[in-house]
Ligand binder design. Sequence first.
Ligand code: CAA
Length: 258
Amino acid sequence: MSTVCYTQEGAVGVVTVDRPKALNALNSEVLDELRRTFEAIDLETVRCVVVTGAGEKSFVAGADIGEMSSLTRAEGEAFGKKGNDLFRMIETFPIPVIAAVNGYALGGGCELALCCDIRICSENAQFGQPEVGLGITPGFGGTQRLVRAVGPGRAKEMIYTARSIKAEDALRAGLVNAVYPLAELMPAAMKLAGNIAKNAPIAVRACKKAINEGTQLDMDSAVALEEKLFGSCFETEDQREGMQAFLEKRKVEGFKNR
Ligand code: CAA
């Protein structure tokens, strides 16, 4: 692939948007390659994914403005659907996805970060939805996920003003969990991913499903969903080993995803 790079380190997959000349802007090719990359991730061995951008300046500087500039209404809608379908796939990917935001996360870049389970960023990161300054709305989920992440007041201010916010403000807003010096961002992301990856994979997946789907439901339905997923962990080898290890006062020998 020419615009997305994939590596695997132990149980952690690293997806890098690699189009630094355009600050990793998302054109159709990048969207297609991101989809193919996620589809090819080996869920037998990978237990957590980190998404980042190539270079030291930008995570993703948005959807490609050159490509969008001449779209018709129908093509604009189709481009939005292409991005939305991909980001929904990432959001519902069976294992956790961490965004390691290493610079600009604007427009589609902020939206890519938002569809991930957890966001951390570097000190030089900037988040924003500049679309109204270009004559469009956010189109890859920004009007929906930003409001859920930071609440309507802040989301509306960011979207209506098109102004970006810096890393520390993103931290205060709850848009990211932590801010690191740029050089420490990927080690921190890998450590976080490693901590997730060493836990029982069936349980981690069930937690993701319970949280993502449960927050869309009323509380009675949500706790019923949790009960089902809680129950589904029992009789697994990993549940037996996890509890046995505790009772025998020893470390887990390694979860098997069974
Ligand atoms: N699309 C296409 N190309 C982009 C791009 C984008 N979103 N962002 C940056 N680039 C390109 C620039 O055109 C430039 O290319 P050339 O060298 O060929 O001229 C290259 O990347 C470097 O960019 P700059 O020279 O502008 O770098 P800078 O450091 O001066 O500025 C920046 C950095 C502030 C991020 C600026 O590039 C910028 O404002 N980019 C656009 C950000 C934006 O508006 N994103 C939202 C897009 S709309 C969207 O995403 C819709 C949606 O919701 C799906």
